[in-house]
Write a protein that binds this ligand. Structure first.
Ligand SMILES: Cc1cc2nc3c(=O)[nH]c(=O)nc-3n(C[C@H](O)[C@H](O)[C@H](O)COP(=O)(O)O)c2cc1C
Length: 196
């Protein structure tokens, strides 16, 4: 009897990229304990607003976790990419290894003629070499998940504005223009001054 199953899925994060770090910290915090208590192993990747996760373990444990994942509002459009029986666990050193989206992942996608990282494009042919890429990347970067999250923060130093922030900027611009508008409409003779 083949003892394990390995599941991989793609999903879309619901949090704004500027606020994803909190979600990731929470997920990793709860997942690390849960996964090791249930002999689950795997890898989680976040990039370009997408999640890619691979979970391995005994069938009932993997299926149970996937049912929880399907109900989690921190992501949506959850798409099962592969589900297969395995003789061995590939990511057996990690309860849940977080891999930051970086050069090897980008390289994998460009090598396979896929413009940008989008896990929904991983078909059955690509999924195994992609897991190899993640495995090698995780092995080459031994360290705690938080270190990978710090890398995420650094990569986001190009600040991404939320809708709220954009609204606030627009409000300040309008407020700054209000005195000008009042002068032009209330003080006779000033409207010509602003015309070229
Ligand atoms: C992208 C993503 C990956 C997750 N991975 C795991 C995981 O590997 N292990 C885990 O216990 N929870 C993981 N979670 C959290 C679970 O979805 C869920 O919150 C947790 O199992 C608690 O379930 P409950 O709130 O139904 O009790 C993940 C959540 C997201 C959004």
């Amino acid at each position: 009897m083949i003892p394990y199953v390995r599941l991989a899925y793609a999903s879309t994060a619901t949090a704004n990229p500027a606020h994803i770090r909190n979600d990731l910290l929470q997920i990793l915090d709860s997942a690390t304990g849960y996964n090791s208590n249930h002999q689950l192993t795997g890898v989680l990747l976040y990039g370009n607003g997408y999640f890619f996760q691979c979970i391995e373990g005994q069938k009932h444990q993997v299926d149970d976790l996937y049912q929880h994942l399907l109900k989690d509002s921190r992501h949506q459009d959850i798409t099962l990419l592969s589900y297969e029986s395995r003789e061995q666990l590939r990511f057996d050193q990690w309860g849940l290894r977080y891999v930051h989206f970086e050069a090897p992942v980008e390289h994998f996608f460009s090598q396979n003629h896929l413009a940008v990282f989008n896990p929904y494009l991983l078909n059955t042919t690509l999924i195994h070499p992609f897991l190899d890429t993640l495995y090698n990347d995780a092995r080459n970067h031994p360290g705690q998940p938080n270190q990978a999250l710090m890398a995420l923060e650094a990569s986001q130093s190009g600040y991404v504005m939320s809708v709220w922030d954009m609204g606030m900027v627009a409000a300040w611009i309008l407020l700054a223009l209000l005195p000008l508008y009042l002068i032009v409409t209330l003080v006779p003779g000033t409207s010509g001054f602003f015309m070229f």
